[in-house]
Design a protein around this ligand. Structure first.
Ligand SMILES: [Zn+2]
Length: 381
């Protein structure tokens, strides 16, 4: 009996011990969970060097940058759709106008320019685009409204190009440009109720040009105006040695009959416009336009003077581009001195109205009067 009693006690003891062990394990498990879910422990885990599974390297993992969602901002049933020929990818793409304008402003103006200058560029580019749509579209691609080749229509950046160009600043720059486009959404320039051919260029060199001095048409809103705040002012000296100069002229204008003996007397600026842009240049027995001379000698603009050195000729150039309409650097300079985008646009495009453009076409929406649009000559603040 006694032995049996002892034998009966043993299983109870064992069960007790098992229970105690089980409770201990449960407690240990709970303790482990508590430690692992400690926010401070998580914080430590996500800080500092991380293992990058893709590259297999230890490095800090940077989160994907957040960019403005244009599709959350616009009512896209209200915006215009356009056909864009992407000359790099060689394909025709259907795009929403405002999305296209973000890509154009990104490519046509440095994103670090003053915000009001970016807004002025957005309105100019939107107007240029819709003017193109209304006038038969892109000249070199009949199926397209516009193309992405800056030599034909306007430059354009895809997201991929923006990432490659801007790198770490991609999100910040994109958001800045997108904001400028959103704040001017649907705004266009009109003259007597019609869309303007809103030409623009990088830098005027101090004064813009009457359209008929560069292109065929004399347009009332494309008049030469003073542009005193070019920022930066693009000045460049182009030096060409005498032998290279003779070769260059002979290749394009053999009828000039310029030789080493008569070259110094043979080249001269014959006529210039009031702005200082060269109208005609005499090349020996022939005369070329300022534009032809610019192309021949690879100059940034037709605003140049000539100087001879013992090595050859030096072209002193001012400005960058054709000089008609909005000057981008001039817009940047005005914005830095407190002008808003409306003042900038009404300065560079004579007598225009800032109108709205939507599904119904041009609508005269009340745009605040910018007041005196003459540039006040004030130093940069
Ligand atoms: Zn084109």
């Amino acid at each position: 009996m006694y032995t049996m009693k002892r034998k009966k006690q043993n299983p109870i003891k064992l069960i007790g011990m098992c229970l105690a062990l089980f409770v201990l394990l449960v407690l240990l498990f709970l303790l482990m969970r508590l430690v692992l879910s400690n926010p401070k422990a998580e914080e430590r885990a996500s800080c500092g060097p991380q293992f990058n599974e893709k590259s297999g390297e230890i490095g800090t993992v940077t989160p994907e940058p957040t960019i403005v969602d244009l599709y959350a901002y616009f009512d896209w049933t209200e915006t215009t759709k356009i056909k864009v020929y992407d000359h790099r990818a060689d394909k025709l793409v259907d795009m929403d106008l405002e999305e296209y304008i973000v890509g154009v402003v990104s490519a046509e103006m440095p994103a670090y320019y003053s915000f009001e200058a970016l807004k002025a560029q957005a309105v100019a580019s939107r107007t240029y685009t819709l003017y193109s749509v209304a006038h038969g579209g892109c000249h070199t691609n009949p199926d397209a409204d516009v193309c992405t080749n800056s030599k034909c229509c306007q430059a354009f950046s895809t997201h991929e190009r923006m990432r490659n160009t801007w790198k770490a600043d991609y999100a910040a720059n994109y958001n800045r440009v997108a904001q400028a486009v959103m704040e001017t959404a649907g705004e266009v320039l009109t003259y007597e109720g019609k869309l303007c051919d809103a030409l623009y260029h990088a830098c005027s060199g101090g004064q813009t040009e009457d359209s008929e001095h560069v292109y065929a048409n004399a347009l009332p809103y494309l008049r030469g105006v003073m542009s005193p705040y070019e920022d930066p002012m693009r000045e460049e000296d182009v030096e060409i040695g005498t032998d290279a100069l003779l070769e260059l002229i002979a290749s394009k204008y053999p009828e000039s009959r310029i030789t080493k003996d008569n070259v110094r007397d043979g080249i001269a600026i014959e006529a210039a416009y009031e702005s200082g842009r060269v109208e005609t240049v005499r090349l020996g027995k022939t005369t070329v336009t300022g534009k032809q001379a610019r192309n021949l000698f690879g100059l940034r603009s037709t605003m140049f003077t000539i100087e001879w050195t013992n090595k050859g000729i030096v072209f002193h150039t001012k400005g960058y581009g054709h000089g008609v309409g909005l000057s981008q650097n001039g817009a940047n300079g005005m914005a830095k001195r407190g002008s808003d985008y409306r003042e900038i646009l009404l300065h560079y495009y004579t007598g225009v109205t800032i109108s709205g453009f939507g599904a119904d076409g041009i609508v005269q929406k009340p745009s605040p009067t910018p007041g005196d649009t003459d540039i006040a000559f004030v130093p940069e603040g």
